[in-house]
Design a protein around this ligand. Sequence first.
Ligand SMILES: [Fe+2]
Length: 296
Amino acid sequence: MMPIPSLTPRGPGHRFIAYGDCCSGTPGGPHEKIFASLNAVIQRLDPRPEFILFPGDHIFGSIPDADTLRAQWRYFFDHEMAWLDRGAVPIYSTTSNHNTYSPMSEAMFREIFPDIPRNGPPDQLGLSYWVRRGDLLVVAANTSFTGLGGNGHVETAWLDRVLADHADAKHKLVTAHYPVWPVNGYGESPLWRIVPDEGRAFWVVLVRHRVTAYVCSHVIAFDAQAHDGVLQLTTGGAGTIYGPGGFMDGPGEYHHLVEGVLDADGLRCRTLDTTGAVREELHWRAGAGLSLRRLS
Ligand SMILES: [Fe+2]
């Protein structure tokens, strides 16, 4: 496999991948094939990423039967992700509508991810959490908690406290499944985004604590938009098929992963498609603005 030189920070920083929404975990399906092609691209990156953000919909899920759901998770990690040394390159996963849609599937998420730090809100232990990596804080929020009404709802008190406790972090990423701001016109809530009142409250917290970016998924697209000094970065391109006959009726975007670096110059990202070709580049620095370039 031809190596792909990775994006690298200028000076001290962080290198990561963000991809989500493959709805896989089922042998032989079309989602598995697309997801595998993106995983092959990640394996060509040199050097390898330091960590992966996976903002939800790993598996198709959405079923009442626990054994079938467990089998999907097992196939996802034991087969589809078997190439990854998760001890060396951790995956920070989030809940989502296909992952956690009932108390049973929430319990399953806790079972499948025993290493998730139990530092979330008391009623969401193992579903929401934070991780500190030197001068970087990663917070995985939960936009599908059944205790708050399910999909499109989110809490902010714990988030506010965690961000205050880590005010010294130079870089702060918050990740969850549902966008706050409409992507490609998909504005209906809670179908496509967090309900507006809760989304606004959530965003106020991100702005107050100068979060670098909110990384989400759910809408099958790559999208970046800045609001009040915080970037919403949507990456829902890891395999789910949409368009006519799929989950979304509109014109589709290409499947992709996002490669990102954080350094003194802010956040730089590029998308790689299923062949490893670079499709879009992004540079974001609060105060200096957002630049986005489409290459092909
Ligand atoms: Fe979703």
